[in-house]
Design a protein around this ligand. Structure first.
Ligand code: ME8
Length: 532
């Protein structure tokens, strides 16, 4: 039992959330729910990034006057909150960079860095990408386009404040090399080290108010606001401070981001923390991009999928399942509704939904809806079990396998889901191979008791295991299985030291005598052409 502080990026409020944003949220939600289930003290932080020229511009484009930016951001931040509650995201704190506590934390951090002698005044003569909020040197922006987003850069020359980042380069390289889990996946670490091989310049961390006053004032010069990335990264401090859990939770266990903002998190942020005297996060995990039409999904490219629309069409859990199962966490994925529908039909409707449905149908048919005990002496069932005797051996292996996936620095979410679906697949095969209906014809009751008890044990284990990924489906399975309590608080599943002993030599958590309650199918098959 430990503490687990996990974060998502805080999203820009110049647009509403799309499936790319939802992906990070869903992954972090699954990790956070898993840790809560295993008894960790979890702090899951998310929020919105509301300052800077980009937001000011969006506010203006939405028809708000200068000075009314707060009204604009209030509306959009609400869209994010609604979207997350619609996707079943249970965060512990939603931080906004316009919160008073956040402003105080940013000013404190900047002051600490200044007191440490790492902020100096100079002239900024270079390029700036307003949409990305990133400064670029002349060398980096040879063609006048942003190296990241390829949009035109703005040339600026003005007095500004700089953060002496360059002098920390060797320290950072050494830190990354000495802490193999600091940047994940491994290939991203190599990317950062490659980037650090080149000279690391200092970072311009101020914007004159004459250009854009929409930000947090520099504590030592009221004519300037803090550079938006300096402001935004500090949310990881202000979030737990505002919730009164900073002492308990610092440092972050994992910052989950996508690869687009790796440099900010793996270079700027650790150096800021080092200069200010804070302990560093344990892991920065950069996942891949969801693409559509060959390009990164983004509002500016107009190739976005709306997670809420998809959830209302196929259910929240289907969207959660699809995005986590489709790609290994860390890699890029190509989003298509057709692929979602195909996964929905095969994995959720055919495999998972069907397993529950046909098992409960048999409990009703052969046992009047009451779960049988697994006979210790299975009698004629011995013959029945020959072809499928391996199924129950996998049940106690599932929890440790999921634990290893969810707690490894690689955050193997896809593999965790695969191991659950593997058990589901085996159980379906078990039904085919053991053919309980043939035993029914022969009046071989012990065989059917054993088969059904095995299936109920598998279903209970699956209901608990899928909770972090598909909380609603897990609860629906739980209630159809007639179980008391909740899946996320049930500890005895697959624990070899608890439960009743029964056939196939496994201890069982599913209590015989439980009255099941078959309900609506978990997932109704959808026609493939429904996907638009
Ligand atoms: O960068 N595929 O905010 P942002 C996968 N405010 N993930 C995607 C994605 C895609 N196509 N598009 C967006 C910012 N994301 C800053 C962050 S943090 C201190 C400040 C997700 O609104 C992914 O998590 O541009 C990515 O890192 C984040 O949204 C960028 O969100």
């Amino acid at each position: 039992m430990g503490k687990y502080y996990i974060t998502t990026p805080i999203y820009y409020v110049n647009a509403s959330p799309h499936i790319g944003h939802a992906y990070t949220q869903i992954a972090v939600d699954a990790l956070s729910r898993y840790r809560k289930m295993t008894g960790d003290n979890v702090f899951f932080l998310t929020g919105t990034d509301e300052h800077g020229e980009k937001i000011e511009q969006a506010s203006r484009e939405a028809g708000f006057k200068r000075g009314d930016e707060k009204k604009f951001v209030d509306g959009i931040t609400d869209n994010f909150r609604k979207a997350w509650s619609g996707m079943g995201i249970e965060y512990d704190k939603f931080i906004r960079t316009t919160d008073e506590q956040h402003k105080t934390s940013v000013q404190d951090l900047v002051s600490r860095i200044k007191d440490n002698g790492d902020i100096y005044e100079g002239e900024y003569d270079g390029w700036f990408c307003t949409p990305c909020g990133t400064f670029w040197s002349a060398k980096q922006s040879e063609d006048g386009l942003c190296p990241d987003c390829k949009r035109p850069l703005e040339k600026i020359k003005e007095k500004n404040y700089f953060f002496s980042m360059g002098k920390y380069r060797d320290w950072l390289i050494e830190y990354i090399n000495n802490n193999p889990d600091f940047i994940m996946p491994e290939f991203r670490k190599n990317e950062v080290l490659g980037f650090l091989r080149e000279e690391l310049g200092d970072l311009c961390i101020s914007r004159p108010k004459t250009r854009s006053p929409w930000g947090i004032e520099l504590p030592f010069d009221k004519e300037y606001v803090v550079y938006v990335w300096f402001d935004a990264l500090t949310n990881y401090i202000s979030g737990p401070v505002a919730s009164g859990v900073f002492e308990e939770m610092w440092p972050p266990d994992v910052h989950v981001i996508a690869k687009d903002i790796l440099r900010h998190h793996a270079v700027y942020w650790p150096i800021m923390l080092k200069s200010a005297g804070f302990e560093l996060p344990r892991t920065i995990f950069a996942h891949g991009w969801w693409k559509m039409g060959g390009e990164k999904m983004s509002k500016s490219r107009g190739n976005i999928a709306d997670p809420i629309a998809l959830a209302s069409k196929y259910g929240v859990d289907a969207v959660r399942y699809f995005v986590l199962k489709a790609v290994s966490f860390g890699m890029d994925g190509v989003f298509s509704e057709e692929a979602l529908v195909s996964t929905y039909n095969s994995d959720l409707a055919n495999d998972l939904g069907n397993l529950l449905n046909r098992t409960l149908t048999m409990v009703d048919k052969y046992f009047g809806g009451v779960a049988p005990a697994a006979p210790l002496d299975p009698g004629d069932a011995d013959q029945a079990e020959r072809s499928f005797e391996t199924l129950m051996r996998y049940v106690p292996l599932l929890a440790p396998e999921i634990h290893s996936c969810m707690t490894s620095p690689e955050l193997r979410l896809k593999e965790a889901l695969e191991s659950i679906m593997d058990l589901v697949g085996r159980a379906n095969k078990y039904i085919e191979e053991s053919a309980p209906w043939t035993h029914a014809k022969k009046g071989n009751t012990k065989a059917i008791e054993l088969i059904i008890a095995d299936l109920l044990e598998v279903l209970m284990t699956v209901a608990v295991s899928i909770y972090p990924f598909m909380p609603d489906t897990s609860k629906r399975m739980w209630s159809q299985l007639g179980l008391g309590g909740t899946p996320d608080t049930t500890r005895e599943v697959s624990d070899p030291d608890t439960g009743l002993e029964g056939g196939h030599g496994v201890r069982r958590a599913f209590s015989p005598g439980t009255r099941v309650s078959k309900g609506e199918p978990l997932f109704m098959r959808v026609k493939e052409e429904t996907a638009s």
